[in-house]
Design a protein. Structure first.
Length: 505
């Protein structure tokens, strides 16, 4: 309530005061009566009146180059999970979700965030950058640049040397492999950090997009704080005996393993099932680490198989292949009528080089059309304290998780028998998974056909599936939102940064 003050002339002050007092009495008496009659309602209304929130975007204006990413921060609201984003005219930027955008064409766009009744805007100018053709690195050193390959059979960056190479602060695009690594004799020694890679359509019928990194014959490989978009494989390493292997703090979005139709579109075929990270025939006597990586896929619009696949690869009892604190969301394939992808999987053939000594801990699998965690091959593989929260339904109510999906699995997939499949454990798993069974939502937390009996050394203990997605017979999508928030809080608490930091600056 606001009271207007009127200036009273100095003369006739006494008369003026009396007039004011009389006027106030004539106003206050009925007002008091009104308050007495509806005091609770009125006072409650006054007490609950608050100012509309004011939000701001940071940065408020910026410029980026083609294929660079930009993340915006919202200030002024405590919970940004319900805020909505829009970019107009939406011809130069592609939304990556959560206020992050990637530049795809020259121009200027306005970013608008709406949080309740409050809005804020920012301006982004996409400017040209100098892009070089493919490069071959044949001697050691530190390299940074922007490279592109228009030939699907030629990598944008080829690293072919045993010398130590650091590739950093770079932007790479191409119609085939983006970075190809191989040593000459003893093995490559490569660090790839703060690099953004975007796969382009190969423009060849039946050909698949390339991998972000494909590495063979290496002794040391680190891939850290990189961002990869639309690639068929994220980090694919094969046939090596490294003394050091680290895949850390990387971000992947909408990986795509379907083949090109040669005209900018996709076919229903998958030349090779793609993966975010795959270790294929790796012997890591000193161990390996795959940690703090984030993959976000859009179900029905992108295609990949097992995001993290440890295939015919081995650590040791003292130095396992340590897969921990990764976040995997939305993996599926529109090309597969019976999708079988699994978030984190030990895989391989029946006897050859059995996958062994993998330790998978504290990972999160959210909103998936496939399974959560699985031991399907090998021995001495331990999965502990992982979280699987998948509600099996999208926001429109469409069931997307098929009948082959389970939260946790121990299954001797190749029937190799207890001579090759033993000492595998899944414990401390939490959450729950909902799948479609006969077109009806159904809880599918476990499938453990290879526990007990002849597989007496395999075990599943202390799992705590509370099924937060399915409460009183109804789907609760808020459970998945809670997992997304939990992941963000983990990152903040551990000071972990995901993706290419040079592109976000």
């Amino acid at each position: 309530m606001h009271t207007s003050a009127h200036k009273i002339p100095l003369i006739h002050t006494t008369i003026a005061r009396r007039l004011v007092a009389t006027a106030l009495l004539s106003v206050l008496v009925p007002a008091v009566a009104l308050l007495q009659g509806c005091s609770n309602t009125l006072l409650s209304s006054v007490a609950s009146t608050t100012k509309s929130p004011t939000v701001t975007l940071s940065p408020s204006s910026t410029s980026v180059t083609i294929w660079q990413t930009q993340a915006f921060t919202v200030s002024g609201v405590s919970d940004t999970s319900t805020c909505t984003w829009q970019n107009t005219p939406s011809t130069t930027l592609v939304s990556l979700g959560g206020g992050s955008y990637q530049a795809v064409a020259l121009g200027t766009e306005q970013i608008t965030v709406t949080c309740g009744t409050a809005t804020a805007t920012a301006i982004v100018a996409v400017v040209a950058q100098e892009v070089s053709g493919p490069i071959t690195i044949s001697k050691g050193g530190t390299y940074s640049g922007n490279w592109n390959s228009t030939d699907p059979n030629t990598p944008a960056v080829t690293i072919h040397t045993d010398d130590a190479v650091i590739l950093h602060d770079s932007t790479i695009t191409g119609r085939g492999r983006l970075i190809d690594v191989s040593g000459v004799k003893n093995g490559a020694n490569v660090t790839i950090q703060n690099v953004t890679g975007t796969a382009l359509d190969p423009q060849a019928i039946g050909m698949q997009r390339g991998a972000f990194v494909y590495a063979t014959n290496f002794t040391s490989l680190t891939v850290k704080n990189c961002s990869m978009y639309g690639v068929s494989f994220g980090v694919s390493v094969a046939g090596a005996k490294p003394t050091q292997l680290s895949i850390l703090n990387n971000f992947g979005s909408n990986l795509e393993d379907r083949a090109s139709d040669g005209n900018g579109g996709l076919t229903a075929t998958r030349p090779s099932n793609g993966h975010f990270v795959i270790l294929n025939d790796i012997t890591a006597a000193s161990g390996a680490e795959v940690a703090w990586n984030q993959l976000v896929q859009t179900i029905g619009q992108s295609s990949t198989e097992d995001p993290i696949n440890i295939y015919e690869s081995q650590g040791t009892s003292a130095h396992p292949i340590w897969v921990h604190d990764n976040y995997l969301e939305g993996f599926s394939s529109p090309a597969s009528s019976a999708y079988t992808g699994t978030g984190i999987l030990t895989d391989g053939s029946s006897t050859k080089h059995a996958t062994a000594f993998t330790l998978a801990q504290a990972n999160q699998i959210v909103h998936t059309a496939g399974s959560g965690v699985a031991v399907a091959s090998g021995h001495d593989n331990t999965f502990s304290s992982n979280r699987v929260v998948s509600c099996g339904v999208d926001s429109s109510g469409l069931l997307y998780a098929g009948p082959n999906s389970f939260g946790a699995v121990i299954w001797d997939y190749t029937n190799s028998g207890p001579v090759y499949f033993y000492n595998n454990t899944i414990s401390g798993t939490s959450g729950g998974l909902i799948r479609s069974l006969n077109a009806t939502p159904s809880i599918a937390d476990y499938w453990l056909p290879s526990v007990g009996g002849i597989y007496s050394s395999d075990s599943s203990t202390d799992n705590d599936f509370t099924d937060p997605c399915f409460v009183n017979g109804t789907i609760q999508l808020q459970a998945e939102d809670s997992e997304r928030a939990y992941w963000k809080s983990k990152l903040a608490a551990n000071d972990e940064l995901i993706g290419d930091q040079h592109a976000a600056s």
